[in-house]
Design a binder for this molecule. Structure first.
Ligand SMILES: [Zn+2]
Length: 255
């Protein structure tokens, strides 16, 4: 009896519980940061301008202080008008994620062979722009309040990033410890891993989407790297094979 209670506590300790919150100042900061940001074949400024056409004016504003002023005024106004709606959305996301959380954690546990999620805040900050960055160090991320793929998909995607980076560095420090998580081959690998895993039927049931689309620049690697997964079904072998494949093909394939 005592043993079972202790075991239960222990497993809870290892399970991250995502909470959704609003964070206007982070949102403003990210809007400034993503105005001039392109990555993996995606222009992130579109995630700002398409949602807030009024902010298209920023294309012709190069002065940073002026930009900040325009963004802040727009965000202050939006949060004032729609703050209640955003709060309700956060509550909705909480409820929605709870319906699949334990299934997600048990499937992830199988893939990472019992490796646990590292400590962190595990907060999803609602965002009024469609850029959706994640912050690996403190285990938080932003989620567009109207994300077309839905909260379950976004949370599964970001949580996979958190455990993936920690696992890869821990398991193969000689390869991954020195690599940049925000750019280059390690970033490519993390995104391609997500497309691969989120396309597996167990994960499709969790996130409810038909597809897990890759970044445009990663499309050409998907068939081979997905085939590695189907063949190995082993995260360690997959990591090594896929890393090697990307190292050999990244430059030649992008020519
Ligand atoms: Zn990602």
């Amino acid at each position: 009896m005592v043993y079972s209670i202790m075991a239960w506590d222990f497993s809870l300790f290892m399970r991250p519980h995502i909470k959704f919150k609003l964070n206007k100042s982070l949102d403003i900061k990210m809007a400034e940061a993503f105005l001039d940001f392109k990555c993996g074949g995606v222009d992130f400024s579109r995630g700002i301008m398409n949602v807030h056409p009024k902010l298209k004016i920023l294309k012709s504003v190069k002065n940073k202080r002026k930009r900040k002023k325009i963004i802040k005024a727009h965000f202050d106004n939006f949060y004032k008008k729609h703050g209640g709606y955003l709060k309700n959305k956060a509550a909705e996301f909480n409820t929605e994620w709870k319906t699949v959380e334990s299934k997600f954690l048990s499937e992830t546990n199988k893939i990472f062979k019992g490796y646990h999620f590292h400590k962190g805040k595990y907060i999803g900050y609602l965002s009024i722009i469609d850029c959706n960055p994640r912050f690996i160090k403190d285990k938080t991320f932003q989620i567009f309040y109207f994300h077309p793929s839905g909260a379950r998909y976004v949370v599964a995607h970001e949580l996979l990033h958190f455990i993936f980076y920690d696992y890869a560095i821990n398991k193969f420090p000689k390869i991954f410890k020195k690599l940049d998580t925000e750019n280059g081959i390690f970033w490519d690998l993390a995104e391609i891993f997500n497309t691969t895993i989120l396309s597996v039927s167990e994960f499709k049931k969790i996130h409810g989407q038909k597809n897990a689309p890759p970044y445009p620049e990663h499309k050409k690697y998907i068939p081979q790297i997905t085939a590695f997964w189907k063949k190995t079904q082993d995260i360690d072998e997959w990591l090594l094979k896929s890393y090697e494949y990307l190292m050999t093909n990244k430059n030649t394939l992008s020519l």
